[in-house]
Design a protein around this ligand. Sequence first.
Ligand code: ZN
Length: 334
Amino acid sequence: MADYEWLTPIREMVGRQYGRIIAWDEVNPAMVRQWCEIMGVDNPLYTDADYAKRSEFGELVAPPSMLQSWCEAGFYRDSYAPGSTEDNPYTVLKLIEAQGYPSVVAVNSELTFERYVKMGEKLYYTTRFDAISEEKVTALGTGFFVTLVMTYFSMNGAGTDGCDEQVGELLFRVFKFKPANPVTPKTTADDGIAKIKRPKPGISDDTRFFWEGCEQGELRIQHCQACDKLQHPPAPVCMHCHSFELDYHIASGKGSLYSFVVMHYPEVPPFEYPNPIGLVELEEGIRMPVGLIGVTKDQLQIGMALEVCFETFDEELTLPQFKPVASPIAPAQA
Ligand code: ZN
C-alpha cells in the first residue's frame, strides 16, 4: 500500500530519542510490598528481609516485572518528578490521530531486564520511537502499528565508561486506527425488529417480592422480623442479625438524592444518554440506586426531594424510577 504524504515526516521521526522520565521515589520496600499484595506475589525474596539476606542477593530486591511502575507519573495527569524532560514520546500518536485515526489499542508489551534492582536505587527511563508499520487492515479497523521502546537505567554511574547502568527495557506496541464498525447505539428499531428498552433483571426467590411489588406500584423493602431492620438490595439473610425471618415493608416512595452520576460514555444500549443515575436515600433510611427522570443533569442537586414513579418497559418489566417532587413530568405509565 502506497504511503500517504503526511506519513513522510512521521517516518523521519523513527529512531528519535526522548528524554528522561525520572522515578518519583527510590526503589523502596513499601511500594514493593503493596505491589506484591495487589499482584498476589508471595516470593519472600521481595518482602522478607531475613530471607533475602540469606539469598544470593544478600538483601531485598524488587520484582523485575515491577520495573515500569517505578517511573510512572504521579496521581495527577502528567505529574512527573523534578528533572524529567517534557518532550512527549506520544507525539507520533497525536500526529496519526490528526489524520483520522482516533482509536488506539495496546497490542504488545515485552519486558526484558538486565538484573534485579535493589532498595535505594533511583531509576529513570528514556523512550525511543522504534517503528511505524505500513497501513494495515485488521478486524478492529485500519491503521498503523507504532512501536516505542523505553529503556530503564539506574542512576548509579555503574555502566560502561561511568554512564548510568541499563537495568531493563520495555517494548510497547500500539495499533492506532480508524474503527471498522463505529458504534452508533440506537434505542428505536429501524429494521423492523423491536429492540428492548431495559435489560431484564435476574429474579430469584429472594428478590421476587420486590419485582412483584413494582408491578403493583409498591416499593417493597426487605424487613427483618427478628431485629426489625430494613435492607436493600434483598438478600437471603438479614445482614444485621443473620436471621432468615424476612418479610417486607412498603416504603412511602419518598426520599432525597444522596448521590448521583450522569453516564455519558460509553453509550451502552438500550439506555438513553446522558443517563442520570441516583442513589436515593428513602425516608425509611435505606439507600437504593435508581434511574432518575424528569430532571436534567444541571438540575440535579444532592439532597433534592424525590419520589418514586413506576414505569413499565417492553410491556413486561416495571421499574421504580425517581423524579423530583412536584415535577410536572408524569410517569409514562402508571
Ligand atoms: Zn435482622
